[in-house]
Structure formats: C-alpha cells, structure tokens
Design a protein around this ligand. Sequence first.
Ligand code: SF4
Ligand code: SF4
Length: 338
Amino acid sequence: MMKIPRPISGGLMLSYKCQAECRHCMYACSPKWAGDWITVDQLEQFLPQLAKVIEPSPHGHQYMSLNHGLHFTGGEPFLNFKLLLKAVQIAETLNIPSTFVETNCFWCKIDTLTKERLQILKDNGLKGIMISVNPFYAEYVPFERTDRCVRLSQDVFGQNVMVYQLEYYHLFKKLGITGRLSIDKYLKLTREESISNRVEFFLMGRAAERLKELYPGYPAKRFFNTPCQPDFLRSWHNHFDNYGNFIPGYCGGISLGSWFDLDGLLKAGIDLKNRPVLNYLVKKDMQGLFKFALDSGYHELNEGYVSKCHLCLDVRKYLVSIGDYVELQPRESYEQLK
Ligand code: SF4
Ligand code: SF4
C-alpha cells in the first residue's frame, strides 16, 4: 500500500460536459460527454470529507489563490447553474475556505444576466472567480463575453478575480478582437509560429493529440528520465470528478482512487499491486511503463512523442483499449480525446 499526500486544494469537477471542445483541454471535455453531473446527494454526502482537508489562501479564508481552497470546475460549471449554486451553498455551510469558480464565459451574453448570476454566487458564499482566456478558448467563446465577465466579476468579486492567462487577455484587447477567433487567424495576426511560446502551456490531454503536428516528435526514450512537471503526487491542485475519481494534478484519465471515500483512501493508501500503470507512474518509471505496454502489444509511434505526457497518454490510451485498468478512469476521457 502506498500513502498519498493529503490534498489541501483542488478542483471539484461537476461534470466533464462543456459547450466547447478546446484543443488543449487536459480532461478532454466536450459537448459529447454523457453529461453525468455530480448529484446534490453526492455533494452533501462527500464534500464534508474535502472540507476537513482543504486549506485557505495564505491571504485568508475570504481570498482565492490558484493552489489553495476549492474551486468548482468541469467541463463548464455554468452549464448547470442550479447545481453550481447548490455546490457553493453546501461548501459554504461546511465552511470550505477560498472557494472560486472557473469558467470559459460562454454564458456571459448580456450584462444583466451575467451580473445577476455572479452576485447570486457571491451572496451564497463564493469567494472568487477564475476566467479562462487563451487562443483555444477564443475559438469557442466570443471575446466580448470574456471581456464582459472580467469587467462584471471585478464589480462583484473585487480583487478575487483571476484571469488565466492575463497576458492573452491584454493581447486580445490590444488586437481589438471581437467574436470568435480561429487558431489560424490568431497565428496570422500575431505572426507567431506556435501557441506555446507566450505563457505556461502543458502538452498533455487533448493538446497532446490535437496539437502534436505543431511540435517536433522525439523517440520514447528521450522521456524516460524526465520528471513529471509538476509532481505527479502532490498535495495541491488535484481534481475530484463527478464519478468519484481522485485525479492527480492535471493528469486527466488517471484515478488514484475514490475521493467519495477520501478518509479511507488517505488512511489506507493505494494498493499498487492491482494497479500496474499507477505503480510505474508513482515510482517514476516511464521506461517500465513503456516496456509494460510494448509487452502488451503496443507499438512505439513512428512520428515520436512531443512530450512526456504525450508518451504517457498514448500508452494509457492503448492499455484502455485492450483491458480494464481501475486506475485509468474515466474511460470516456480516452474516447473524447479526438
Ligand atoms: S478547456 Fe475548459 S472550456 Fe475548453 S473544453 Fe476543456 S473544460 Fe471546456
Ligand atoms: S507523464 Fe503522465 S503522470 Fe506524468 S504529468 Fe504527464 S500525464 Fe501525468
């Protein structure tokens, strides 16, 4: 059995359903997902366990910060505003600190409705909001909606507004973007060759599948000794999905176990004997995982891999296609990569 770090912060994924299908989505969210939302019963039953471990922002309980507190996410949580509101209310009753919601702003069509919803969430205990901005979101969300959300969120939440990533927000304002923006148009406008040279960007999840043509590929062995960045097992910014999966960090499609029984999972740890993929990942043995896959019939990609996460994902995708691995959940996240 292997103990896992006690999570002090993270994202509660209400569902994997999203109106967008961004090329860089770590969790392969899309409109095509079954749309299994977490239920109010599950929130009432299981959030108390998270309430015991989540720690506030260093600035205090009432403030937000990216790697503290609990955020409500998805998919796109505003697709189910009623449920989002209920989750906020339950979290507030449990006194969970530094709560915020993450959104792509698709719903911010007019000022009145946008402000009303933000105010309702704040009045029910939500501390802040994180607004997603980059060229991938801009393919799906007209920029004026993003801009509206930023402006009105500042009115409602004051300094508890995080624009991720602010550099793109300023760039889009400077470029005078209106409506949606295709990646091709973005690259032409900025005369950039790729998206990733401005800010933090992870070639993992759907990005590893959909954007691989834009990056050079390398043989698998190049990634055998490179560390996972950030750490695979860590206490901060993990994710808890609507099926009960405790997802390490941003590693969509991997489950450490059920957060619905977080107390038990933290106490007992993970049984690695029956979880070969997790066993290799925990031991930082990418070479071992690759060999395990080869022995199971996997073939190395001729075109190579653009990142360690691409290698990891491609191997896992193959293993999911040939067998049942309890640590590779939800299975649908592998089907929704394309
Ligand atoms: S990155 Fe966000 S907005 Fe884009 S598909 Fe994923 S959940 Fe939806
Ligand atoms: S290599 Fe795999 S386990 Fe490591 S960060 Fe990437 S997706 Fe996660």
